[in-house]
Design a protein around this ligand. Structure first.
Ligand SMILES: [Zn+2]
Length: 152
């Protein structure tokens, strides 16, 4: 039996067991609470997790394309939805997680516009109690504006 580089099946099972434990402890968003992540956008809506948990299960990895029409341009935005079999785990890579041993929220960026938007959001990311809320940024104009405000 091939064991993927492990000396014995026992070593392989031990490594898998360790990976499962590390995955559940490090990347799991096991519950939501008002003190940490639950936010109520309007009075008439239920509070929602600002990180989007629990996440929808995804049987297959899919690429979604959306036509975006703004004042002067029309473009296509793409997003990769990776396969998901657990609603409470962050997206991660097993090899990266085994070596990093800290929280991972892996995102695959599939086009240059998404890459620019991702970097701008992180550069302008505010603390949860600051006036700047990254989660409210809906389009490129809002991201650009927030980025400029944060840099001034
Ligand atoms: Zn939450």
């Amino acid at each position: 039996m091939k064991t993927g580089g492990y000396q014995t099946l026992t070593h392989l099972l031990s490594a898998l067991r360790q990976w499962i434990i590390v995955t559940m402890i490090i990347t799991g968003h096991t519950r939501c609470s008002p003190a940490y992540c639950l936010k109520q956008k309007t009075v008439d809506l239920l509070a929602e997790c600002r990180f989007g948990f629990p996440k929808s299960l995804q049987e297959e990895t899919e690429l979604s394309l959306e036509l975006v029409v703004s004042k002067n341009t029309t473009s296509v935005e793409s997003e990769l939805h990776t396969k998901r079999n657990d609603q409470r785990l962050n997206s991660h890579n097993r090899v990266m997680l085994e070596n990093w041993r800290a929280n991972l929220d892996l995102q695959v960026i599939v086009d240059e516009k998404a890459c620019a938007r991702y970097m701008a959001k992180y550069a302008a990311k505010g603390e949860p109690r600051s006036k700047l809320s990254v989660s409210s940024l809906q389009n490129d104009d809002q991201v650009s504006s927030a980025f400029k405000k944060a840099m001034i």
